[in-house]
Design a protein around this ligand. Structure first.
Ligand SMILES: [Zn+2]
Length: 94
């Protein structure tokens, strides 16, 4: 079993979520999201993460559906936010 997700894992996950196989962002600004974390769960499973444990952590980071993983986690990380700080802030807000 791998340890908890790190920044690089989130960027890998983000790449998948951005792809046509997942959220499939269109030029007209629309995308696919089923208001759940089905694509994220699939990715976690395929990469041998503890899905239940990772979903808890992703929820704490503010994402409850696949596109929120991109908007609330991967985006801020790409802009330089610190994962550990984000996680601690999420814990305080629970
Ligand atoms: Zn969504």
């Amino acid at each position: 079993m791998k340890p908890l997700l790190n920044e690089d894992d989130f960027f890998d996950l983000g790449e998948y979520l951005n792809s046509p196989d997942a959220c499939n962002f269109q030029e007209d600004g629309s995308w696919t999201c089923y208001l759940d974390l089905r694509f994220t769960k699939k990715w976690l499973q395929e990469h041998n993460f503890d899905v239940e444990e990772m979903i808890k952590r992703i929820n704490i980071l503010g994402a409850y559906c696949d596109c929120e993983v991109l908007y609330n986690i991967v985006g801020p990380l790409a802009e330089g936010d610190n994962l550990q700080d984000m996680f601690e802030a999420g814990l305080e807000n629970q």
